[in-house]
Design a protein around this ligand. Structure first.
Ligand code: F6R
Length: 579
């Protein structure tokens, strides 16, 4: 995920673009850059954050500008991979948000035609395609170029010989802001809000040409008109895309996040190394550890392969065996405990792989292989979308190591996750917010789902919550059950259902109220639970995702009802870089 901005207007473009990038920084902050068009195109790009940009380092006059703040996907975060990217002549500049899936073949073709590439990104091919098709009309060149692109893109292009910006949108957000003698284009409305509230949300296939006062929108070769809207968001709310908190925004991104993370092509080399390993061990902390536990159950069930899962801070007390394949899972890629085990494993001669959300993060530099979750920046301290992405990556690996039943059945999962966002959790929230202690229980892969549900709730509400294997509660914790201790039971249609129902009956007879998540239409569950939350119908193992999303919403809504600081819970940090 990256942020882009374009400006054509009566002001100096430089400060508008730089100010806009600062507002888009939440979308990615690996590197930034901009191009300002005056008599020539002047470009500045740099590894690091726009918030650290020193304005005395660059000045260029011009009333047209484009800018980019990057969340690296192809190519490590460094100066050369930062946008804008230029064609060979230096006359055309582009910024791009999205992923060009067929970039490798296009790049090869362009190189064979003599184009010189200066970055490792997928995006640079767009500048060279524009160069190839430019014959004095940037709009036609962009139109022609998009015919060759597979994937997702929001593109802004400048050409030294023209006093306009041309934009294109396909599956990546792009919105126009219509001001008085100025027009903006951006990934979201935040950069334009201080100048105008009149916006146009572009649609897939739209190609737009604009200068400070004229606007032309084309789609499928024809001119189209798009309704403008007046936005009354304040700037701070808009940064969160209209959501009250980043956590809710990030939960709402999960349908796309799952899809992006699940659909990747694993490299045959590391897949066969996993297959041939003497032992497979996953290490991680907190939420990442829980994702590892889910992987263990799925590997056993689908691939028949045992997996060991260790909390990273404890794993260092075990000696890694050479011949093991060690998977370090970490959203940030910087967690010190995880990094320490990875280094230890590496020096013991194990093969290592990182599963992370951050390209260029420390664990990717240590590990032999890296898999990226592609969830985009997660700002709220509580991990939500990154957990869904971790599970998605693990599910894809399981799929690759088994008979591919998951990928076949997951084609409609996007819509199922969207349905979860609409599920009513109000009755459960009322029960949780008054409690001092709670248990979350599940069996099989739903045991780590319940661990994660409990972690989310305790982390942001400060209510004590424990995840437990449902069958284990009677071996001690039963003494804690009473009418003030609700139990959240994750009980979808699964082999464990019958045993879960008898565990729920045991709990009920000790006086604890039960909130049960189960298959829609599960009459038994509906009857015994005090609050029943029906799960949208999902493909096999898809309930791991649906129940996780709903437990995140339960934690979020309970925290809001209790007036907690949801995005920044006390005593915590997003990235834990100390052991
Ligand atoms: C919980 C949470 C933490 C992290 C843990 C590991 O919501 O965010 O438990 O999961 O600190 O962080 P990463 O995944 O960055 O290694």
């Amino acid at each position: 995920m990256c942020g882009i901005i374009g400006y054509a207007g009566r002001r100096e473009a430089g400060p508008v673009v730089v100010g806009g990038l600062k507002k888009l920084e939440y979308r990615g902050y690996d590197s930034f850059g901009f191009a300002i068009s005056g008599s020539k195109i002047a470009v500045y790009k740099k590894n690091g954050r726009i918030s650290d940009f020193n304005e005395s380092e660059f000045s260029a006059n011009g009333s047209l500008g484009i800018g980019h703040t990057r969340w690296a996907t192809h190519g490590v975060p460094d100066d050369k991979n930062a946008h804008p990217h230029m064609d060979c002549s230096g006359k055309i500049a582009i910024v791009h948000n999205g992923i060009i899936e067929n970039y490798a073949e296009l790049r090869k073709e362009l190189i064979s035609e003599g184009h010189i590439f200066t970055s490792d990104t997928d995006s640079e091919i767009i500048a060279h395609l524009l160069e190839k098709y430019y014959d004095g009309d940037l709009l036609s060149a962009v139109t022609k170029t998009t015919e060759f692109l597979d994937g997702a893109y929001a593109i802004l292009a400048l050409c030294e010989d023209e006093k306009r910006i041309v934009a294109a949108r396909q599956s990546s957000p792009l919105v126009l802001g219509i001001g008085d003698g100025e027009i903006f284009a951006s990934s979201d409305i935040t950069p334009m809000l201080e100048y105008t509230q009149k916006v146009i949300f572009l649609e897939d296939g739209d190609i737009v040409s604009f200068d400070k006062s004229s606007l032309l929108i084309m789609n499928a070769g024809k001119e189209v008109s798009r309704e403008s809207e007046l936005i009354d968001w304040d700037i701070d709310a808009a940064r969160k895309g209209g959501f009250d908190h980043f956590m809710l925004k990030e939960i709402y991104e999960e349908p796309d996040v799952f899809y992006n993370a699940f659909y990747f092509e694993p490299e045959e080399e590391f897949v066969s190394k996993i297959r041939d390993a003497d032992e497979i061990t996953v290490v991680g902390c907190g939420t990442s550890y829980h994702a590892g536990l889910i992987f263990r159950y799925l590997m056993e069930e689908y691939a028949g392969m045992p997996v060991r899962v260790e909390i990273a801070s404890e794993a260092s007390y075990f000696k890694p065996r050479p011949g093991s394949f060690i998977i370090a899972v970490s959203q940030s890629g910087e967690t010190a405990d995880t990094l320490a085990v990875l280094r230890q494993a590496k020096s013991a001669g194990c093969t290592t792989m990182a599963v992370t959300n951050v390209c260029g993060s420390s664990i990717t530099r240590v590990a032999d292989y890296s898999l990226f979750m592609r969830a985009g920046p997660e700002i709220s301290v509580a991990a939500t979308k990154s957990f869904i992405a971790q599970v998605a990556v693990f599910m894809r690996l399981v799929d690759e190591l088994s008979d591919k039943t998951l990928s076949e059945s997951f084609t409609g999962i996007h819509r199922v996750i969207e349905e979860c966002l609409m599920v009513d959790v109000d009755a459960a929230v009322s029960m949780c917010k008054g409690a001092k202690n709670l248990f979350f229980i599940g069996r099989g892969a739903y045991y780590p789902v319940s661990l994660e549900g409990a972690l989310k709730l305790k982390e942001i509400t400060y209510i004590h919550a424990e995840g437990y294997p449902a069958g284990e509660l009677k071996h001690g914790p039963f003494s804690l059950l009473d009418e003030d201790t609700p139990v959240v039971a994750v009980c979808p249609e699964h082999d464990s259902r019958a045993l879960m129902i008898s565990n729920i009956r045991e709990i009920k007879s000790r006086g604890s109220p039960v909130i049960a998540l189960g298959g829609a239409g599960d009459i038994d569950l509906e009857e015994i639970a005090d609050v029943f939350i029906p799960l949208p119908k999902a493909p096999e193992s898809g309930d791991i995702i649906t129940s996780s999303v709903i437990l995140q919403l339960l934690a979020y809504r309970t925290a809001v009802a209790m007036g907690r600081d949801v995005d920044k819970p006390r005593n915590l940090a997003k990235s834990v870089t100390v052991v």
